[in-house]
Design a protein around this ligand. Structure first.
Ligand code: ATP
Length: 914
C-alpha cells in the first residue's frame, strides 16, 4: 500500500482541458524466444509517441510502449485518469487488439489470470490499490469527506451481458440469465439488475475480481491457450460525499464517478485459431462486435451526426465510455511484434489512429446531487470529533412488540446512570436517525477529553418504522404500554428513565404514556406538538421542556400553546424557523441541560468520578443487556464501519473481539454489508410437487375469482413468487409495475414495455363494475428567489362529473382532527412550507353512490414541476342499486406515500364492501 500512497500525491489536480477524449496508447508484446517467426523492425521516437513502421510510415500516438516496457510503466501512464472518478467524472481504460496480443496481461496479469505479484500485476489490481490509497489520503486530510465504492463485474458473451458476480449467472449453468441494457433519462447507459457490491478496501475488490475471473468465459485456441471468449467490464462506482464542516446536518453533496476497466476479447483470424463449434460461433460474434466498435470509432472521428452505438451489445454497453461528452478514455491497443501477425497489427493500428482523431465536443461534467443520508444507520459516527461516544446499534427484544431497533450512545455502566429515551415522529422515513445530531450535541456538551458524559441515550425505531418489527399504529394506540415495555427492558430494576423525549407523533406518545404510567420518567422534552385533548395533560407533573416552531403548519403552534396551558411544570419556547433557521440545533440541547440543572442538583456531577478518563485508559465496550442483541453486525457495533484500517491493521483486534462475543447470541443482521441471498435450490421432488399443486390451481391469487378452463392457459404465473394472476382482470395489473408482485409486493422480473402502460389499459371491462379515474399530486413553486420557503399546491381531480362530494387534506394523519375539507372543485390545498410534508387525501364520493371513502396516503414533493398520479378507482361486482343497499366500509386506504418517486404513476384500487 505504501508504494501506492507515494504515487497518489496529487489527487486534487485535474485539468480536463489537457485530456483529449480518447487517448491512444500502443503496447507491443515482446516476442517469445521460442517463436519461429520473423520480427517486425518497429522504431520508436525518443519520447515514445511515434511508432515507425518498416515501410517508414510514422504514426503518432499518446504513448508507445516498446516490448521491454513493464506493467508499472503502463500503470504510471494511466494514473491521471484514475483521479477523475474520485471527483465525480467518468473515465474508461480499455484494452484492444487481436487475440494473444497481451490485453489480459495488461489488465490483469500473465497467463490470462489475475496476478497479485508486485511486478507482474496488471492495471486492474494496481488501480484497486491506488484508488483505496488515494481515498485514504483524501479522507484523512478532510474529515468531512467520505467515499463509498461499489463494484459491478460484467461480461459480454455471444452478444449477451452476464453478471460475473451474481450467483446463478453462470452461462454453463442452466439458470443463465442475461441482463438488459437501458439508458436513463440523462443518457447514461446502465445494465439493469447488475449487482453492485460495496467494497471498502482493495482486498475486498480483489476477491470480487477472483470470483468473476473464475466465471469469465475463456478457452484454448491455437493462438492463445487461455483466450478470452468474452469482453469483460469492471465498473467501479465511486461516490464522494461532502458534508458541510460547519453544520451537523444530514445533508451532503455527493458526486458519483465511474471508472470502467475493460478487457475486450481479441479479434481472431479463424483460419489460424482453428476455431470450431462453440469456439467458431464465439469468434464470429467477437469479430462482428469488434467490427461494430470500429464503425463507432469511425463515426466519432468524423463527428458524424449518427453514431451506431445500438448496432451491437458491446458498443451499446460502451456508449457512455466512448461518448466524448460523458467520459475520458484511454484505449490501449495491443500489437504483436511478429511478422506473421502483420495484417492484424496494421488493422489494429489503423483503428487506433482513427480513435486518436476523435475530437472533444464538450467537457464531461461532474455528476452532482444533494442528498439526505437515510441509509447509513451509523451516520456521523466516523465523523465524531469525540471518539468516546460509544455509539452502537442493538435490537431490544420486547415481550409484546417484537424486535425493536435502537441506537445507543454514551457509556452505560450501570442502571443508576441517567438514561434518555428518544421517540421519533411519524414521517414516512422517520426513525431513530432523527436524533443523531441532537444526541451528538448533548454528548459534546457533557463530555470532555478526560470524562465521559453522565448520560446515555437510547433512540428507538418505533414499531413498523425503520428497522423495527411491528405495526406503525402501535405507538399511537398503545404509547404507554409500549414505552413502559421498552423502559422495562433497558432499566429492568428501576423501571424508569431519566428523561423521555419525543418529536411530533413521538411527543404525543410521550404525553399519552405519562398519563398512563406517570412514574416512567423524571423529565420530559418535546418538540413539534401533535396531541388531542391537551386538557388531559394536567396530570403530568414532571418538569417539561416544550419547543415549538410557529412557522410549522404541519404542527400548529395553537396545539402547543394548549399543551403549555395544561402541563403545570412547563418550560416553554416558541421560535420562528423562517427567521431563526437553526434555533433547534443551537438551543434544544442547552435548554434541556438547563432544565436538568434546575431540578437535579447532581445533574452534571453524579457518578462522573467513575467515568474519569486518563490519557491511557481504554474503556471497554458496554456489555449487552439480556434483552439486547447486536444489530448491524459485530463490526459496526464495535467500530465505525467502512474503515479500511479495521481490515488492514486491526485483524488481531477484530479476532479478539469476535471471540469475546462468540458466546453471545448475536443476530447476524449485517445491515452494512450487502447480503448475498443464499441460493434456493429446489430438488426434483419438491419441484414436481410444486408443479402439481400449481397445475391444480384455478383461483386467481389477487382477486380470488375462479379462472375458467379456457382462460387458465392465458393466465400469468409470476416467475419468482409463483402467484397466479387471472387473465380477465388481474394479469393487467402487472403492467402497472412489472417489478412488484401485486399480491404480496415482492420483487418480480417481468419486462413490460412502457408503451403498454396507460391508465386506460387497466382492467375495468366488467358490466358489474363502477369506476372513475382520478388524478392527484402536487405542484411546488418558490415563494421568492432568496427564501427557502415554497408554495405547495396539493390536489385531487376527477373528470367524471359530480363523482366527488368532498376531499379532506390531512397534513397531520396521526392527529384525528387535523384534516382540511374542501367541498367543491378545485379540490386543492395550498400551503407555504419549508420542506416536503405528508398529506393524506380523503375522498368522500358522491352521496348518491354510497361508496366507501378513499384515503390516499401521499408525500407532497418539493419538485419544481407538477407531480401527477393516476388512479383507477373500481367498485367490483356492484351495480349501483346493490351498492346503495350495502353498508360501506369506513374507509379504504391506498398507500401511495412515495417519497422516492419509484412507484408507478398509474395504478388502481378496488373499493370493497364489508
Ligand atoms: N508484455 C508481455 N510480456 C510477457 N508476456 C506477455 C505479454 N503480453 C502477453 N503475454 C503473454 O502472452 C499470452 C497471451 O496474452 P493474453 O492472454 O493477455 O492475450 P489476449 O490479447 O488477452 O488474448 P485473447 O484476446 O485471446 O484473450 C499470455 O501467456 C501472456 O502471459
Amino acid at each position: 500500500m505504501s508504494r501506492y500512497n507515494a504515487l497518489c500525491s496529487s489527487t486534487s489536480s485535474i485539468d480536463l482541458n489537457n485530456l483529449s477524449p480518447i487517448q491512444v496508447f500502443i503496447r507491443i508484446k515482446p516476442n517469445n524466444s521460442n517463436d519461429p517467426y520473423e520480427i517486425i523492425p518497429f522504431e520508436y521516437s525518443s519520447k515514445n509517441t511515434i511508432l515507425t513502421l518498416p515501410n517508414s510510415r510514422s504514426l503518432s500516438f499518446d504513448n508507445v510502449f516498446p516490448p521491454q516496457s513493464t506493467q508499472h510503466d503502463i500503470f504510471e501512464s494511466i494514473i491521471p485518469l484514475l483521479h477523475l472518478p474520485l471527483y465525480g467524472y467518468n473515465s474508461t481504460i480499455f484494452a484492444y487488439g487481436q487475440t494473444n496480443s497481451g490485453k489480459t496481461y495488461t489488465m490483469l496479469g500473465p497467463d490470462g489470470k489475475l496476478c497479485l505479484a508486485d511486478d507482474l500485476m496488471g492495471i486492474i489490481p494496481r488501480t484497486s490499490r491506488y484508488l483505496f490509497a488515494a481515498i485514504h489520503k483524501l479522507t484523512s486530510s478532510s474529515p468531512s469527506i467520505q467515499y463509498q465504492v461499489r463494484v459491478s463485474y460484467l461480461e459480454v458473451y455471444n452478444g449477451h451481458v452476464y453478471d460475473l458476480v451474481r450467483k446463478n449467472d453462470n452461462k454453463s449453468n442452466n439458470k443463465s440469465h442475461s441482463l438488459s441494457i437501458r439508458a436513463d433519462n440523462q443518457g447514461n447507459i446502465n445494465v439493469t439488475d447488475a449487482v453492485e457490491i460495496p467494497v471498502h478496501n482493495s482486498f475486498e475488490l480483489e476477491n470480487i475480481l477472483m470470483l468473476g475471473n473464475q466465471r469469465r468465459a475463456t478457452a484454448f485456441t491455437y493462438m492463445n491457450s487461455s483466450s478470452s471468449r468474452s469482453h469483460a467490464l469492471l465498473i467501479i462506482w465511486i461516490e464522494r460525499r461532502e458534508r458541510s464542516t460547519s453544520s451537523l446536518s444530514r445533508e451532503y453533496t455527493s458526486y458519483l464517478g465511474r471508472l470502467n476497466l475493460i478487457d475486450l476479447a481479441g479479434s481472431e483470424d479463424i483460419s489460424r485459431s482453428k476455431a470450431e463449434g462453440d469456439r467458431f460461433r464465439e469468434a464470429v460474434t467477437i469479430n462482428t462486435e469488434l467490427l461494430q466498435l470500429r464503425r463507432v470509432l469511425d463515426a466519432l472521428s468524423t463527428s458524424s451526426s449518427y453514431i451506431p452505438y445500438r448496432d451491437s451489445t458491446l458498443t451499446r454497453l460502451l456508449q457512455s465510455s466512448l461518448s466524448t461528452t460523458q467520459s475520458i478514455t484511454i484505449l490501449i491497443s495491443h500489437i504483436s511484434s511478429l511478422n506473421i501477425d502483420l495484417s492484424e497489427t496494421l488493422s489494429t493500428l489503423k483503428y487506433s489512429q482513427i480513435a486518436k482523431c476523435v475530437q472533444r465536443t464538450s467537457i464531461p461534467v461532474q455528476k452532482l446531487c444533494k442528498n439526505i443520508d437515510t441509509s447509513d444507520v451509523m451516520f456521523g459516527d466516523y465523523n465524531d470529533p469525540v471518539q468516546c461516544f460509544y455509539r452502537r446499534t442493538v435490537y431490544i427484544h420486547t415481550p409484546s412488540y417484537g424486535k425493536i431497533f435502537a441506537r445507543l450512545a454514551g457509556y452505560r455502566y450501570d442502571e443508576q446512570q441517567k438514561c434518555i429515551l428518544l421517540i421519533h415522529g411519524s414521517g414516512p422515513e422517520n426513525s431513530s436517525m432523527y436524533w443523531n445530531d441532537f444526541v451528538r450535541r448533548l454528548l459534546l456538551a457533557t463530555s470532555s477529553s478526560s470524562s465521559l458524559s453522565p448520560y446515555y441515550f437510547v433512540a428507538i425505531d418505533c414499531p413498523g418504522y425503520g428497522r423495527s418489527d411491528g405495526n406503525k399504529q402501535t405507538i399511537r394506540s398503545y404509547p404507554g404500554a409500549f414505552i413502559q415495555e421498552i423502559i422495562d427492558c433497558i432499566s429492568p430494576t428501576t423501571h424508569k428513565v431519566y428523561c423521555l423525549i419525543g418529536s411530533s407523533q413521538g411527543a404525543a406518545a410521550v404525553f399519552n404514556a405519562l398519563i398512563d404510567k406517570p412514574a416512567i420518567s423524571s423529565f420530559i422534552a418535546v418538540q413539534d406538538p401533535v396531541s388531542h385533548d391537551p386538557q388531559r395533560f394536567v396530570c403530568i407533573k414532571q418538569p417539561a421542556l416544550l419547543m415549538y416552531d410557529i412557522d410549522d403548519d404541519g404542527h400548529p403552534v395553537s396545539v402547543g400553546r394548549l399543551v403549555k396551558k395544561y402541563i403545570p411544570n412547563n418550560h416553554y419556547y416558541e421560535f420562528a424557523s423562517s427567521k431563526q433557521r437553526n434555533w433547534l440545533e443551537h438551543n434544544a440541547h442547552l435548554k434541556l441541560l438547563q432544565l436538568f440543572n434546575e431540578y437535579d442538583t447532581n445533574s452534571n456531577t453524579k457518578n462522573v468520578s467513575s467515568l474519569q478518563l486518563t490519557a491511557s485508559s481504554k474503556i471497554p465496550l458496554p456489555s449487552l443487556l439480556a434483552c439486547e442483541s447486536v444489530a448491524g453486525g459485530i463490526i459496526s457495533y464495535l467500530s465505525s464501519y467502512n474503515r479500511e484500517p479495521l481490515y488492514e491493521n486491526s485483524k488481531k483486534e477484530l479476532e479478539s473481539i469476535l471471540s469475546a462475543y462468540e458466546n453471545q447470541s448475536v443476530q447476524n443482521d449485517d445491515l452494512f454489508v450487502e447480503k448475498v441471498e443464499a441460493e434456493k435450490i429446489e430438488d426434483d421432488e419438491s419441484k414436481a410437487q410444486r408443479l402439481t399443486t400449481e397445475l391444480a390451481q384455478t383461483q386467481c391469487d389477487l382477486c380470488n375469482q375462479h379462472i375458467s378452463s379456457s382462460h387458465i392457459s392465458k393466465s400469468l404465473r409470476l416467475p419468482d413468487c409463483r402467484h397466479l394472476l387471472c387473465y380477465s382482470c388481474c394479469c393487467e395489473t402487472i403492467k402497472l409495475n412489472s417489478y412488484e408482485c401485486p399480491v404480496v409486493g415482492c420483487a418480480t422480473k417481468l419486462n413490460i414495455p412502457s408503451s403498454q402502460l396507460s391508465v386506460y389499459s387497466l382492467p375495468f371491462s366488467s358490466d358489474n363494475e363502477n369506476h372513475v379515474i382520478i388524478q392527484f399530486g402536487n405542484s411546488c413553486k418558490s415563494t421568492s428567489s432568496s427564501s427557502q420557503r415554497y408554495e405547495y399546491t396539493a390536489y385531487v381531480k376527477c373528470k367524471t362529473k359530480n363523482a366527488i362530494d368532498s376531499v379532506s387534506f390531512d397534513i397531520n394523519p396521526e392527529y384525528p382532527k387535523s384534516a382540511i375539507r374542501v367541498s367543491k372543485a378545485p379540490y386543492e390545498l395550498v400551503r407555504i412550507m419549508n420542506s416536503e410534508f405528508t398529506c393524506d387525501f380523503i375522498i368522500q364520493w358522491s352521496k348518491a353512490w354510497n361508496w366507501p371513502k378513499l384515503r390516499i396516503t401521499y408525500y407532497v414533493q418539493n419538485k419544481q414541476d407538477s407531480f401527477t398520479r393516476n388512479l383507477l378507482v373500481r367498485v367490483l361486482n356492484q351495480g349501483n342499486t346493490m351498492v346503495k343497499s350495502q353498508k360501506p366500509r369506513q374507509e379504504v386506504v391506498y398507500n401511495w406515500a412515495d417519497r422516492d418517486r419509484t412507484k408507478p404513476n398509474i395504478n388502481y384500487v378496488v373499493l370493497s364492501y364489508d
